[in-house]
Design a protein around this ligand. Structure first.
Ligand SMILES: Cc1cc2nc3c(=O)[nH]c(=O)nc-3n(C[C@H](O)[C@H](O)[C@H](O)COP(=O)(O)O)c2cc1C
Length: 343
């Protein structure tokens, strides 16, 4: 057993979280991670045509029906995102009014936008006062971690540039980011994210001041994840260099280098991104809008395949409980081995 500030904060057995992976469903994945002793996170689902608020509410209902374990949910707080205001008003209200939800739905993770939007919601304020819920925000750079601290978060998810999906322009590696954050905010609860798939990675994160890791790509390659079999099949043979940064609707995004990705540039700055966005034709906009829908249905060439460099250290598609057990066993062995070097 590995006990940390994060396992204690959330009352979980293992310091392993699943990373949110909107716009895709991660209900069965989150459930499997919770049952395996980690903390599963529901994604902010917004595949074209769905109602994100309704989807989140249904996902929460699904979770409390199938498990008694604690779990989390993600809110994309970019103003471009559909239904943000309703989401931060309606979802806390629903959770507040249901004792089982209030007890289990304890990890509220905002990302891809402001860390202030959720705490500004009166309904969330009430929930936070009357329950044990914690608010974390994803910080891909140290100046963003400072903004999170200013917004009075309970902790952050420090996500480095090797991670899959949406990224920041800073492109700081997880290794450097964790050390920066540890130095500046030594008492801040941190979940390390981006590039983790093994127990050695977990051991490294713990020695860099994190209290847990969150994994995305590793859990995509699991039997329980709701990703298309063709998507999963890209992971085990994948190499880190099969992914790169391209443009996405909220800035840079790490994608698998397929036909869709290679049609998009990778702007180095916000200014270059804005200039690129202005050049996009209505036809291309329409085509890009269908990229998630296409990949969800199995089109891994013309769809957006979000994956991290960690695919290079994932060898098989496994059961979630085996992944969790293996990561903990490897981490314990790595920590013991490191300890034996001290003379
Ligand atoms: C398919 C996919 C979708 C993602 N969608 C989201 C999202 O909706 N919200 C978010 O905060 N991060 C999102 N991310 C980023 C992950 O939460 C996490 O930071 C990333 O997967 C970590 O890198 P790893 O894949 O090496 O574990 C996504 C990543 C992937 C691979």
């Amino acid at each position: 057993m590995i006990e940390t500030n994060i396992t204690k904060m959330f009352g979980i057995k293992h310091p392993i979280f699943s990373a949110p992976m909107g716009p895709f469903y991660t209900r069965d994945l989150a459930l499997a991670v919770c049952e395996a002793g980690g903390l599963g996170v529901l994604s902010n689902v917004n595949i074209t045509g769905t109602d994100p608020v309704k989807e989140h509410k249904e996902s929460i209902e699904y979770m409390i029906e199938h498990t008694d374990k604690p779990f989390g949910l993600n809110f994309l707080t970019s103003r471009n995102n559909r239904g943000v205001k309703e989401m931060v008003t309606d979802v806390p209200k629903m959770v507040m009014n249901n004792p089982k939800m209030r007890e289990q739905c304890i990890y509220w993770l905002t990302s891809a936008g402001s860390s202030k939007i959720l705490p500004a919601s009166k309904n969330f304020q009430e929930l936070r006062e009357k329950s044990e819920v914690k608010h974390f925000h994803v910080a891909p750079a140290v100046w963003l971690a400072q903004k999170c601290v200013d917004a009075n978060v309970d902790g952050i998810v420090a996500t480095g540039g090797e991670g899959g999906g949406h990224q920041s322009y800073e492109r700081v590696s997880t290794l450097v980011l964790l050390q920066q954050i540890n130095k500046l905010f030594p008492d801040l609860p941190v979940i390390a994210c981006g590039g983790f798939a093994t127990g050695e990675g977990l051991a490294a994160a713990l020695s860099l001041g994190a209290g847990a890791i969150a994994m995305g790509s590793r859990f995509i390659a699991s039997k329980q994840s709701e990703f298309h079999e063709k998507y999963k099949a890209l992971v085990p043979p994948g190499k880190p260099q099969d992914t790169d940064l391209f443009t996405g609707s909220f800035g840079p995004i790490r994608l698998y280098k397929n036909k869709y990705a290679l049609e998009h540039p990778a702007p180095q700055t916000k200014e270059a991104m804005i200039a690129y966005e202005k050049s996009i034709t209505p036809e291309q906009l329409l085509r890009d809008a269908g990229a998630y829908d296409r990949v969800y249905k199995g089109d891994t060439e013309e769809g957006a395949v979000l994956l991290g460099q960690s695919i290079g250290i994932i060898d098989s598609i496994d059961d979630v409980s085996d992944i969790v057990k293996r990561v903990i066993k490897e981490a314990e062995a790595a920590i013991k081995s490191n300890n034996s070097m001290i003379k």
